[in-house]
Design a protein. Structure first.
Length: 123
């Protein structure tokens, strides 16, 4: 009986270690923008009749998001930022890579983006 408990305990320890070591790190936080220019900033509501809103993120990692009618992105003080976006509803998804303090003026370059689906921040 004691041997069986030890085997189960060892097995659970190995399983926990495997699960923790393979889980992806995702420390990205959505934050209030305030006066910070070092956060990733994304302007939504471009080309719509509604108000434009600014959404900010900080810390390294990856996150699935659903940001629509995006017109402008600023990378902030991040080494690299990868934006996965869909230009038009039903269209293919593409990646746009930005470097530190980069600015992607989507509205003037390609028109508003239908949706940003994923962001990745590398500090």
């Amino acid at each position: 009986m004691k041997l069986a408990r030890r085997i189960v305990a060892v097995g659970m320890g190995v399983l926990t270690t495997c699960l923790l070591s393979t889980a992806p790190a995702s420390a990205i936080d959505r934050v209030e923008c305030g006066a910070h220019d070092d956060f990733l900033r994304i302007w939504t509501g471009a080309g719509t009749s509604g108000p434009t809103q600014v959404v900010c993120f900080r810390n390294a990692g990856e996150a699935d998001v659903a940001l629509y009618a995006v017109g402008l992105v600023r990378a902030g003080n991040n080494k690299n930022v990868v934006i996965t976006y869909q230009k038009d509803l039903g269209g293919v998804y593409k990646d746009h890579i930005m470097s530190r303090y980069g600015r992607w003026d989507i509205l003037n370059e390609i028109g508003p983006v239908h949706k940003i689906e994923r962001i990745k921040i590398i500090l």
